[in-house]
Design a protein around this ligand. Structure first.
Ligand code: MEZ
Length: 590
């Protein structure tokens, strides 16, 4: 049975195919209306006359076609103009000079077959680097000069750019993709913080020490304790910083491995990532540090004293050029989507699905390695236990946090659902079929917006009774019925005597009942460039490389062997801010 999403896409594909105006390519159609100047500012278009971020082109698209709001077809179940409202540009999806096709998988990586998908992925993100052109650009004078160059416009990069700008630096923020967000955009669960008004309001007693202890325990004691303490100490200030920009962080829940509720997220259980990425992007625009899209840093430059001097950048239209910078912040994310790096650093995960954004290709690690940076914990890669089995969509830890149980393909529970990710993933991989189901009821479905989102995408099985649900999912009816009954008794008694689940916020009791198939997938690369508490990148002799800073998933040391849910967003905000401030201070000689 095709999923709801697939059915919808088939309808969109049919509409595209029938539309004569889409027959060849959009350029022909636009040409007929007035030539190149319909879309471009000049008649004799050359690559150099098109800005890499395509801002002008996008302004022209909406000038004629109307805003995203106007284009959104409210009658459609899925309309990217509505779901991506303002957070991507027209040219992120529509390439005017080529035949129209559905490009959802260029970014989303739904595992399901897409109609009108020719299998070719956008090249901008991972195209082969032309080393000769890099050498040529290195020999040339810089095309521009800044104080601080920030590479990567996910949460870490945008936080760094905003901080550096506010500290008085001239900043350039680069993003290799056509839109901002990176893996942060996909973060569902929340942001771990201690000592916030949200915790006080709920009467939650928490301390920095407790946060540090949970994080070290989750990381099997392999984390850098100094980095962990900074993460905890500055976590609440990071929440306030986001709130001052307009973020809603008012919902509070518990993530796996935490002793108390300290995971902050938007009201109503909305996903945290897209929300804070929207807030940060708007703030970056306001502060004059909007990301320059379609611009990939490919090489870091050192001067003769082994100090950072800038980077070589590849612009989608402008080609290779040099940016001179006194300081560089690497905020390029992890390498969960780089198959070659996974093969080298975590061979046991070869072939495993991944929840990551297509941008997570390890560029920062590779550029840093090239100039002799030191790596820490580089082979520690986290599998998230619950990636959607028929897609690469992450089923957030929140779903278990707010009450779902996890059963195997027979219908039996097999692990404390709130244990750490490495243990939960390992437990699933020991079950028949190496996969599992999350099972929950209508109360949970109604309480969390993100869960309704999975329903919207057609990922959920739904039935009026537990027995029917078991049949629908191919589980053993008696096993699932008894599992649910036993779990509800544990909840009523306040003690899970079977698996020791510490928190059971909801029973599985109110029809209809739901299930979603899940399996472990590569989620976070804990290792990366080694940094000091000041976010300075270390060389192989553990000395800071002057002028080079890093933050977020490109770094190692914060999370140890296993990252706790909610600590990635905290990491990007705390160390993003820190790296930006420190880089600005260094660049300005303060
Ligand atoms: O921090 C994360 O990776 C997280 C909370 C993910 C999730 O399951 O939602």
């Amino acid at each position: 049975m095709p999923s709801m999403l697939t059915k919808h896409l088939i309808a969109v594909a049919a509409a595209l195919a029938c539309s004569t105006s889409f027959a060849a390519n959009l350029a022909d159609k636009h040409n007929a209306m007035g030539g190149c100047t319909t879309c471009h500012a000049v008649a004799n278009v050359t690559p150099a006359s098109v800005a890499d971020d395509e801002r002008d082109l996008n302004a022209r698209c909406t000038m004629c076609h109307g805003s995203y709001e106007k284009l959104a077809n409210k009658k459609l179940r899925f309309d990217p103009h509505a779901s991506h409202l303002g957070n991507i540009n027209c040219t992120s999806c529509h390439s005017v000079h080529s035949k129209p096709r559905l490009v959802c998988n260029d970014c989303h990586s739904f595992d399901m077959k897409m109609p009108l998908d020719n299998g070719k992925r956008a090249k901008g993100v991972e195209g082969k680097i032309d080393q000769k052109a890099v050498e040529k650009a290195l020999a040339n004078a810089p095309r521009e000069t800044v104080d601080v160059l920030v590479i990567g416009a996910g949460s870490a990069g945008m936080n760094a750019a905003i901080s550096a700008k506010r500290a008085g630096a001239k900043v350039l923020l680069l993003e290799k993709h056509a839109f901002s967000g990176g893996n942060s955009m996909l973060a569902a669960g929340g942001y771990n913080a201690v000592g916030t008004p949200q915790q006080a309001k709920k009467g939650i007693k928490d301390t920095v020490d407790s946060y540090v202890l949970d994080t070290l325990k989750g990381g099997r004691g392999k984390n850098d304790p100094k980095l962990v303490r900074i993460l905890a100490e500055e976590s609440a200030a990071g929440v306030k910083w986001l709130e001052d920009m307009g973020a809603d962080m008012n919902d509070l829940k518990r993530s796996g491995g935490a002793k108390v509720d300290r995971t902050h997220r938007p009201t109503g259980g909305k996903s945290v990532g897209p929300h804070i990425v929207d807030v940060l992007r708007a703030q970056a625009e306001k502060d004059g540090v909007a990301p320059r899209y379609n611009s990939r840093a490919v090489r870091l430059i050192l001067d003769k004293d082994y100090k950072i001097a800038g980077a070589i950048v590849h612009g989608k239209h402008s080609g290779y050029y040099k940016v001179a910078a006194k300081a560089v912040v690497l905020a390029t994310g992890g390498f969960g989507m780089n198959k070659d790096m996974i093969k080298v650093y975590r061979p046991t995960f070869v072939g495993m699905t991944s929840s990551n954004n297509v941008t997570s290709t390890g560029d920062g690690v590779q550029m840093a390695l090239q100039i002799g940076a030191s790596m820490t914990d580089i082979d520690w890669v986290q599998a998230h236990p619950t990636v959607g089995k028929a897609s690469r969509i992450l089923i957030s830890e929140t779903v278990r946090g707010v009450g779902a149980i996890m059963v195997n393909n027979k219908g039996a529970r097999f692990v404390n659902e709130l244990t750490t990710r490495d243990r939960a993933s390992d437990a699933i991989l020991h079950q028949p079929g190496r996969s599992a189901w999350l099972v929950f009821d209508q109360s949970l479905y109604s309480s969390a917006k993100m869960v309704r989102g999975y329903g919207h995408l057609g990922m959920l099985k739904k039935a009026d009774s537990v027995a029917e649900l078991a049949k629908l999912c191919g589980m053993d009816v008696k096993t699932l019925t008894e599992t649910v009954k036993r779990y509800n008794t544990y909840r009523a008694n306040g003690k899970d005597t079977e698996f020791g689940r510490p928190d059971m916020p909801l029973a599985v009791a109110k029809a209809p009942f739901y299930a979603v198939a899940v399996a472990p997938g590569i989620h976070h690369t804990m290792g990366g460039v080694a940094i000091t508490p000041e976010s300075e990148v270390l060389d192989i002799q553990s000395r800071p490389i002057p002028g080079l800073y890093a933050a977020g998933e490109v770094t190692g040391g914060v999370h140890g062997f296993n990252r706790l849910g909610g600590n990635a967003v905290a990491d990007t905000v705390v160390f993003g801010r820190r790296s930006g401030e420190r880089a600005a201070k260094y660049a300005l000689g303060k």
